[in-house]
Design a protein around this ligand. Structure first.
Ligand code: ADE
Length: 230
């Protein structure tokens, strides 16, 4: 998979892309990620990428020219499955959307900034818009990183244990139960005995029960979905 990220502040993207799972995925060549600074595509003599909104109001709007130039330059090199724009006024990005996008060859993510992006970009270039939740972030970078992380960890070979992505919370509409590691006793707090019993059947039963209990406590809406599945 190839992912191109377009941003007016690519510095914000740097560290999360270089470390941990996404960093390892690039080292293993499961994904190639390229960041593009919008300022490099601006025809303006000061490399400006934003301007005041028509009609007034607070905040700046990303201008269309650098975005069109950048996306057209990328499209001249290869086809893209989707050109994605994160924005709070869009449908929700959840696990099924991550699963589907993880099957793509080439993706572009455009990070919004300040007040937003000129509507003509959204209409002419963007093929998919997603919100990561009912909360407003100051820029699209963190929303894009959230989506990229959710997608990349699903790529073959990226997680050490190939089963772990499939048993995640949300993959079957249930939240994951508690997990423990060594030591067996820490400051008097014990790891549940069943997890140390070696009885795999009993462990699975316990984990499922914990999973149901946790989901019932914090996300009863998910439990309803789970119960309605055949
Ligand atoms: N940009 C700002 N807020 C956002 C959100 N909630 N989801 C996606 N992109 C955003």
């Amino acid at each position: 998979m190839r992912i191109d990220l377009i941003s007016a502040v690519p510095q914000v993207l740097e560290s999360p892309l270089q470390h941990s799972i996404i960093g390892n995925a690039q080292e293993q060549r499961a994904v190639e990620i390229y960041t593009h600074d919008l300022h490099d595509y601006s025809d303006d003599k000061h490399h400006k990428v934003d301007d005041y909104p028509y009609g007034g109001g607070a905040g700046m709007v990303l201008t269309p020219q650098p975005i069109f130039s950048c996306i057209e330059a990328l499209q001249a090199e290869r086809g893209y499955d989707e050109i994605i724009f994160p924005t709070p006024d869009a449908t929700r990005f959840e696990q099924p959307q991550a699963n589907k996008l993880s099957l793509s060859q080439n993706l572009i993510f455009l990070c919004g900034h300040y007040k937003g992006v000129d509507q003509r970009v959204r209409e002419a270039l963007i093929t998919q818009e997603y919100s990561i939740g009912d909360v407003v972030l100051s820029g699209g970078e963190l929303a894009v990183l959230t989506m990229v992380d959710a997608i990349v960890r699903l790529l073959p070979g990226v997680l050490g244990n190939s089963e772990s992505a499939l048993t995640d919370s949300f993959q079957n509409d249930l939240l994951e139960g508690p997990v423990y590691t060594r030591p067996a006793v820490f400051r008097g707090m014990k790891v549940p005995g069943v997890l140390r019993s070696g009885n795999h059947h009993k462990i699975q039963q316990w984990q499922h029960k914990q999973s149901l209990q946790r989901t019932r406590e914090v996300r009863p809406d998910l439990l309803e979905k789970f119960n309605n599945e055949d």
